[in-house]
Design a binder for this molecule. Sequence first.
Ligand SMILES: [Zn+2]
Length: 301
Amino acid sequence: MLLLPFSSPVDFEHCVTCEAPEEGREAGHWFVFRGDQLLVEMGPLERPSDDLRVRARPAWARLPLQKNHNWLGRAAVRTLYLGRLRGIDCWMAELTAEAEAPGGLSWQSLRALFSVLEDAHFALAGRALQLLDWDRNHQFCGRCGTPTQAKREERVRVCPACKLSAYPRVAPAVMALIRREKQILLARSPHFPPGMFSALAGFVEPGESLEQCLAREVAEEVGVQISNTRYFASQPWPFPHSLMIAFVCDWKSGDIKPQAGEIEAANWFEVLQLPKLPSKISIARRLIDAVVEEVKSGTDV
Ligand SMILES: [Zn+2]
């Protein structure tokens, strides 16, 4: 099974509650956020190559390990229990937007910590970011406005007046990489970094199967028809709560017609002449790399 960045670590035990911290308790990992920035202890900055255009990044980063459950004091807006990683308790907390980092620690954007923070910690940081966001957004009932209450044994906030339950939301989105003989179709949306192209993607609409969503998204965004859809892999994507489900498919018919406003450019690319691609943090890049290998080696994904 392909475990992509942000996928749950195999040695993580999902739990909702933890008994009140006792004396002599082992220190726990703390996932502390301010917006989408994570609180970490950072190693010295390093430049991964001699190229001055490549930004320096920390050699390593570590999560704070804390025994004292109240170490954040009044700065914590919310604190939730996440579960246990290799037997160590994991806590998550949100601080106010202007909160200063405690001594020796600093705020780093979660994306920038990919491959700098240990993989399991990076994945759980993504989970924590989504859960903090969910908790913040469901303090009041969406139907009647009454303050909601957390349930002890389950990750859900319930309205005491009308009983409406708010579970953490996951929004499925499909991704399609279309192959036509030795070429692949890549496109760019206006918000991509300059020069970057990627596979097509879009959110699933209510009442749609994944296959129907794929066919619709591809037809809308680039005007072509597809066939022979094959599942590739999926990836949790915590910005803010997506599940990316990636497929490879074959071109069936139609010329590329980029959708106005959504797709700035779309082209067939030879696998040996690819444009700038997304980072390896994303399933998009893994999908493109796999299909490029498939084309080069003459096999199928
Ligand atoms: Zn209600």
